[in-house]
Ligand binder design. Structure first.
Ligand SMILES: Cc1cc2nc3c(=O)[nH]c(=O)nc-3n(C[C@H](O)[C@H](O)[C@H](O)COP(=O)(O)O)c2cc1C
Length: 400
């Protein structure tokens, strides 16, 4: 069988032999919208429907969303870095662990409610920070915020949102964290933290794995830039119509533990350090004031060939030793994935791309549909494995 990668590598080899530049090939793969504007008015268009989704399988959403999100933007959302090994491995590695059910447990109706850093939620599934929801739907983060809220799930509003934190807070009253990309300007960092608190954020998520943008080849082939008609109102001086690498010139590129300490002190809120993959690094974060660790490899979008998030989880859970909660994101597409992550010691899990696909396809209701679908699958897994509550899901229910 010839894989997609073989075809691309093959065509580049042929092009090189024929003296054709690969840039020409790259251009030929660009979708209907040139530098990211795709209508006569020059305004970016993607999803605009508001509807409940009838989801059989979360994986199906990717192909459905591909039909309505323009190619460069869809590539930005769906792709990973380099050979996309980590992107694939994030999902595959869940197969390394099997669920071990325990019967005659007297479980009637499992309860999926739990507490995330002191906040009560109806599900351990939450939404991680993802840049530019306007790429998926015209209402952007306003609908994601409402969709999460309606599902009783926690939403991480992000620095690179296309809507202001104030509007995001008003659009959905549910629990929220705020993700900070630390800028070079301390005044801006202070202002972002202030706005996050006034939005109602109960924690700051400090993303530590993106100082330089990963090697996103799909973005290069597709000529992806953030459409200038989708501003980033929370970050002053964000360049318009920029690539990810250009955009990141405004953020600090040599983050260290002093930055973590600054965020904790300035905000007075618990800080979740997101992007941790090593037990030693997790321990260092605890020593410098982290209130939680989010095990993540940025959905396979940063350093390719790092282990799957679920593979990194157990050794981090061990070293953290219940001192603070440990969360995980990367590759969650099934209720059984959520179950396995919780059984291996996670206190909650975040689901990335499927949320943006649900947003593109059905707005706020689409987001709610995705969370509900995964939570229904989790409830079923709990019932069939014999767990009545989230606390009951422990390591005895999963092979290591
Ligand atoms: C389109 C997109 C944009 C993202 N932007 C951010 C971001 O701004 N900040 C951040 O911390 N993580 C960002 N991430 C990473 C997610 O928070 C999360 O780690 C990842 O999507 C989880 O993997 P999954 O998509 O397989 O569920 C982004 C992910 C995607 C897909």
């Amino acid at each position: 069988m010839v894989s997609r990668r073989d075809v691309i590598v093959g065509s580049l080899t042929i092009a090189a032999a024929a003296g054709v530049s690969s840039a020409v090939l790259a251009e030929s793969t660009v979708g209907s919208n040139t530098p990211a504007e795709n209508s006569a008015s020059g305004k970016y268009n993607a999803g605009n429907e508001e509807k409940k989704l009838d989801i059989i399988n979360i994986y199906d959403l990717e192909e459905e969303a591909r039909r309505i999100v323009p190619k460069p933007q869809f590539g930005y959302i769906s792709s990973g870095s380099g050979d996309e090994w980590t992107l694939r491995e994030n999902i595959r590695a869940f197969d390394d662990h099997q669920i071990i059910p325990m019967y005659l447990a007297g479980v009637k109706e499992p309860d999926t409610s739990t507490v995330l850093l002191g906040t009560k939620v109806t599900t351990p599934i939450f939404i991680p920070p993802m840049a530019a929801h306007g790429l998926a739907h015209r209402r952007g983060e306003l609908d994601t915020s409402k969709g999460a809220s309606d599902a009783g799930a926690l939403f991480t509003a992000q620095t690179l949102a296309n809507n202001s934190l104030d509007e995001i807070g008003k659009a959905g009253q549910g629990p929220k964290w705020f993700q900070l990309y630390f800028t070079k300007d301390m005044g801006v960092n202070r202002e972002l933290i202030r706005r996050a608190k006034s939005m109602g954020a109960t924690a700051i998520v400090f993303t530590v794995d993106l100082e330089w943008a990963g090697n996103r080849e799909a973005d290069k082939r597709n000529g992806f830039v953030f459409p200038s008609s989708l501003p980033f109102p929370n970050v002053p001086n964000a360049p318009a119509g920029a690539t990810l690498a250009e955009l990141f010139t405004i953020f600090k590129r040599d983050l260290d533990f002093k930055d973590l300490e600054f965020i904790a002190k300035e905000s007075g809120l618990p800080v979740v350090v997101k992007g941790i993959q090593s037990p030693e690094n997790a321990k260092q974060c605890l020593d410098h004031g982290a209130a939680a660790i989010q095990v993540s490899n940025h959905g396979g979008r940063q350093l390719d060939t790092v282990p799957a998030a679920i593979t990194s989880l157990p050794s981090i859970v061990k070293v953290v030793n219940k001192q603070v909660p440990v969360y995980l994101d990367g590759g969650i597409r099934r209720g059984v994935h959520v179950f396995k992550a919780l059984a291996l010691g996670a206190d909650g899990v975040a689901v990335g791309r499927p949320i943006l696909y649900g947003l593109a396809l059905g707005g706020a209701q689409g987001v709610t549909s995705v969370i509900n679908k995964l939570n229904d699958e989790l409830r079923l897994a709990m019932k069939l494995a014999g767990c009545a509550t989230i606390k009951d899901i422990s390591e005895k229910y999963v092979s290591q």
